[in-house]
Design a protein around this ligand. Structure first.
Ligand code: ARG
Length: 482
């Protein structure tokens, strides 16, 4: 059989990048399942960035001539400009972004273009590109969650002393302050941020130079490319470097948890804004009207956040399932790991932005919140505490006495603070008028000054702590990389 000559163009339909020993193009079904150029498009910038670092290293190490190094750099920068100008066209026959870029490079700078792929493989290339992309997505997630925290803290300061019912089982439990409620979400977001930061630190090793799976015989400098690309250092095992995507799983796990937190607040906003609660009024900018019911103001933004939180969770399940059971090292399965991550990242960003906007724009109805806080005997615990603190009753006994007083108030159809003292004394004769000082909801929240408690003074102290944190975070920001 005659060997196809490398100088001849490959047979029609054959990928010219590996046409040397191929004489037939892919079957239509393979072409369709293989190509997912649109899915890879987001990686173009990172692919060029990594190629620039690789080419520079090849020249410094004398693996290619300085002239070829310069030519590669010029060609890659030209392609970067074409991408920015929207002029760069991806050809499906070339399978993926890596080969599209390399092919364009060859047409721009000729022979030298073919030297870029020395001492690397698409396997370490995509592992590097994808890490660079996920690292940026982590930084964007942190920025989005920080904006969300700022909106929460601003509102918490405004409503530090606003009384609302606190719920357990969605039943009125004890009065709390709206500011305290909002700051609960700032705490969740802080842990979400720390999850992204932990994951970022863990993933920050550079796979470039692992080549196809086993490393290379060329005298490459992996420290140099790693540093150039902002990694802490090169990864230590070439097989691991090209085959794991746990950094993407870490990202999706953190995104899933952050999304779950955002969806919990979204759900609360939906409840609060329904007239049955009437706690907040949502701005027109975050709601929609109904085409038939003229009175409607639907909390679409919050509902869509609640639904969109499914996206990172779905992506996480998909990626875990794709990764499970793959033998080392690279498998084409890995080609499919990118798209779910890109989508989930877009979704997380829009969720954080929507909740930031909603929190900043919602207007609480202070009267409605307070009125709701006075229903449901929410100061019953305060009454029981008073019996312990003033009459030295064991708490269990105080709980029992209070229960009987609540039943009495229920039969009389009044609030606890409306019950005549004599009625209460019929149940516990040692009760005095002093008990009324703990039965109103404002006093009840004022008294909950324990660390982490709901008292307005605690909320204000926490707001101050958050502001200090934000200021420190701004000071310690790393310089932006170009
Ligand atoms: N586009 C491919 C991916 O994302 C690049 C690696 C292809 N490597 C290979 N041996 N076919 O996984």
């Amino acid at each position: 059989m005659k060997e196809p000559s490398p100088s001849l163009p490959p047979a029609s339909g054959v990928n010219p990048m590996w046409g040397g020993h191929y004489s037939a193009g892919p079957a239509e079904a393979l072409a369709r399942i293989n190509v997912c150029l649109d899915a890879e498009r987001p990686l173009i910038a990172e692919d060029i960035e990594a190629s620039l670092a690789h080419a520079a290293m090849l020249a410094v190490q004398g693996i290619i001539t300085p002239e070829d190094g310069e030519a590669l750099r010029g060609g890659l920068l030209a392609i970067r400009q074409e991408v920015r100008d929207g002029q760069f066209v991806l050809t499906p026959d070339l399978e993926d972004v890596h080969m599209n870029i390399e092919s364009r490079l060859a047409s721009l700078i000729g022979e030298a273009g073919g030297r870029l792929h020395t001492a690397r493989s698409r396997n370490d290339q995509v592992a590097t590109d994808f890490r660079l992309w996920v690292r940026r997505a982590m930084d964007r997630a942190v920025a989005g969650l920080q904006a969300f925290q700022r909106a929460l803290v601003d509102q918490a300061e405004r409503y530090a002393a606003t009384v609302m019912p606190g719920f357990t089982h969605l039943q009125p439990a004890q009065p709390i302050t709206f500011g305290h409620h909002l700051l609960a979400y700032a705490e969740m977001a802080e842990r979400d941020i720390s999850r992204f930061r932990d994951a970022r630190a863990r993933m920050n090793e550079c796979p470039l130079g692992a080549a196809a799976l086993a490393g290379t015989s060329f005298p490459i400098d992996r420290e140099r490319t790693a540093k150039d690309l902002g990694f802490a250092g090169p990864s230590h095992n070439s097989l691991d470097a090209v085959s794991d995507r746990d950094f993407a799983l870490d990202y999706l796990a953190a995104a899933s948890i952050a999304g779950v937190h955002l969806s919990r607040l979204a759900e609360e906003v939906i409840l609060w804004s329904t007239p049955a609660f009437g706690f907040v009024k949502l701005p027109q900018t975050f709601t929609t009207g109904s085409s038939i019911m003229p009175q409607k103001r639907n909390p679409d933004a919050a509902e869509l956040v609640r639904a969109t939180s499914a996206s990172p969770i779905g992506a996480l399940m998909q990626l875990l399932t794709v990764m499970k059971g793959q033998p080392l090292a690279y498998n084409k399965d890995l080609h499919t790991t990118k798209l779910p991550v890109f989508r989930a990242a877009d979704d997380l960003e829009i969720m954080a932005a929507a909740m930031t906007g909603l929190v900043a724009a919602m207007e609480p109805d202070l009267k409605a919140m307070r009125a709701a806080a006075t229903r449901g005997y929410v100061t019953a615990t305060d009454l029981a505490d008073w019996l312990v603190q003033t009459l030295n009753l064991p708490f269990r006994r105080a709980h029992h006495v209070t229960g009987r007083i609540v039943v009495l108030a229920e039969t009389k159809g009044c609030r606890l603070d409306e019950l005549p003292l004599a009625d209460m004394q019929a149940i516990e004769p040692r009760l005095t008028a002093d008990v009324f000082t703990v039965l109103d909801v404002e006093r009840a929240v004022l008294r909950r000054t324990s660390f982490g408690g709901t008292a307005p003074e605690r909320v204000r102290a926490e707001v101050a702590r958050w502001r200090e944190r934000f200021a420190q975070a701004e000071e310690s920001l790393p310089p932006l990389r170009a």
